[in-house]
Design a protein around this ligand. Structure first.
Ligand SMILES: Nc1ncnc2c1ncn2[C@@H]1O[C@H](COP(=O)(O)OP(=O)(O)OP(=O)(O)O)[C@@H](O)[C@H]1O
Ligand SMILES: [Mg+2]
Length: 477
């Protein structure tokens, strides 16, 4: 496990998550306000115009009440008009129309008609936009009818300026209110969000960053709070993960230390045993009958002990180098392996190399020799441990498919003992024979896999079959 050690800086309080959240909130509130603004401004304008119209209606009633409106005192009509903010009021009913206007008012130039009898929202909003963008020094004609009296129409002519001023003031207030609302909302949300989300997340983030720097420091493992929501689960899971990593690292270190110690002990042991082996060889040559009886067993035990120490040493050392493939003649390689495995000219076992001549594969010759020697030696040892096997035969053959090349090593021996089958391919565990280290198959599998291949045990009715499967590309001729 290799870990990148560069550290990641934590984002400051105004970068990262919190700012993104606040910006989003403010933008959403302002967007909502824009959508709300138009209808409410239209509402403001409508009620403003309705107010004027109501005054106009009152004035019109007064006009209606007097028999001769034309001759009303000037002062009175002017007062009426001023109170309505109007320049002129026209009152139409039963086919007649009456007009009063301010004394010194020149007849209005063209006027923009605002018909208050049309009250759908679209018209009102369009009218509002019209007032806001084009209004100001125009004259408007507000047309409406007396409530419940459809044929009595009142028209008021007046300047648009006060309406626009009112509308602008209203908009300004609304904008100010929205801003205040946005600020308050985002402040409240900020506090909430940062307490509930951001601070705990920052704590976890800081912990992860810190822990990765020093995963062997148990004090850095996060302490989960009592929360039961997603953040709480995150804290608990992180704590569990960090605890696991901590113990895994510690275990790994211990194992590495142990391995080193074993290698040292083993090395010394092998040297001592080798000296003892030399001695025991000499002892075996003594004439004493007692010695003659015991010596072979002593020599055998010494040999086994030395072999064991040697293979443990080899296992510790082996296989750090990746395979260096070169074209190898498979038939020849197998013959050599059979020789090394003690199968050539064996008194009992018949070895059949069924691989045709001139099959060339691209593999590391040393490593592949080791694979085959291990497999063939296992078979020989199994046969020798069961001397009453009928015509003991060991055969190696190949089979090819477009994708792969399979080398099968088959014997008609006793088959795998159950104890070996359980831990097959597990180093130091797989052995089921006296004096075995249980490394042969583990090493063979490791080496095959380093070549992109597979080593598999294929169950048989009788005997044992192992298959080395290689990618078809391994075959070069
Ligand atoms: N062809 C076979 N027939 C019967 N049993 C076998 C055969 N090959 C392997 N075994 C069994 O599988 C076990 C594991 O084999 P492996 O080669 O991994 O270890 P080992 O031979 O005991 O020790 P090492 O090879 O390290 O000296 C053997 O002990 C043996 O019992
Ligand atoms: Mg073996």
């Amino acid at each position: 496990m290799k870990m990148a050690k560069q550290s990641r800086a934590m984002p400051g309080p105004f970068s990262g998550l919190s700012v993104k959240i606040i910006m989003t909130i403010v933008i959403v509130i302002l967007a909502v306000e824009v959508v709300i603004y138009l209808p409410s401004a239209a509402g403001y304008r409508t009620s403003w115009l309705d107010d004027r119209l109501r005054v106009g209606v009152v004035a019109a009633r007064v006009l209606d009440a007097v028999p001769d409106a034309m001759n009303l005192p000037r002062m009175l009509t002017d007062r009426l008009l001023t109170s309505a903010g109007a320049q002129a009021i026209v009152y139409r009913h039963e086919g007649q129309s009456q007009l009063i206007e301010l004394e010194n008012a020149e007849t209005p130039r063209e006027a923009v008609t605002v018909d208050m009898r049309i009250r759908d929202p679209a018209t009102q909003i369009l009218g509002t936009l019209d007032t806001l963008f084009f209004g100001g020094d125009r004259i408007i004609r507000i047309v409406g009818e007396e409530i419940g009296q459809q044929e009595r129409i009142v028209e008021i002519l007046m300047s648009e300026a006060p309406l626009k001023a009112g509308l602008l003031g209203y908009s300004r207030n609304l904008l100010l209110l929205s801003l205040i609302l946005a600020v308050i909302t985002s402040a409240v949300l900020y506090v909430l969000v940062s307490r509930i989300l951001i601070l705990p997340i920052r704590r976890l983030t800081a912990n992860m960053v810190g822990y990765r720097q020093a995963p062997e420091n148990a004090a850095l493992i996060v302490t989960p709070t009592a929360r039961r929501d997603e953040i709480g689960i995150m804290e608990q899971e992180l704590a569990a993960m960090e605890t696991d990593i901590f113990s895994m690292l510690r275990q790994r270190r211990h194992l590495a230390d142990l391995g080193l110690a074993v290698a040292k002990i083993n090395h010394d042991l092998r040297n001592t045993l080798t000296s003892a082996q030399l001695l025991s060889d000499q002892v075996a040559t003594l004439d004493d009958p007692k010695v003659q009886r015991l010596a072979p067993r002593l020599v055998q035990s010494m040999d086994r002990a030395v072999a064991f120490a040697q293979s443990v040493l080899d296992y510790g050392r082996q296989n750090v180098t990746p395979p260096r493939p070169v074209p190898v003649d498979l038939h020849l390689l197998l013959d050599e392996a059979a020789f090394d495995a003690g199968l050539v000219a064996h008194p009992a076992i018949r070895f059949v190399n069924a691989v045709p001549d001139a099959v060339s594969i691209s593999v590391d010759p040393d490593q592949f020799a080791r694979i085959f020697v291990n497999l063939l030696k296992n078979a020989r040892e199994a046969f020798e441990a069961n001397p009453n096997t009928v015509s003991p035969t060991l055969e190696v053959a190949i089979a090819e498919t477009p994708e792969s090349l399979t080398i099968a090593i088959t014997d008609n021996g006793p088959g795998l003992p159950p104890r070996a089958r359980e831990n097959l391919f597990v180093a130091f565990e797989g052995s089921a024979r006296p004096g075995g280290t249980g490394l042969g198959l583990a090493i063979a599998r490791e080496l095959t896999e380093a070549h992109g291949g597979k080593l598999a045990y294929v169950p048989q009715e009788r005997g044992t079959r192992f298959e080395v499967t290689l990618p078809a590309a391994t075959r070069v001729a």
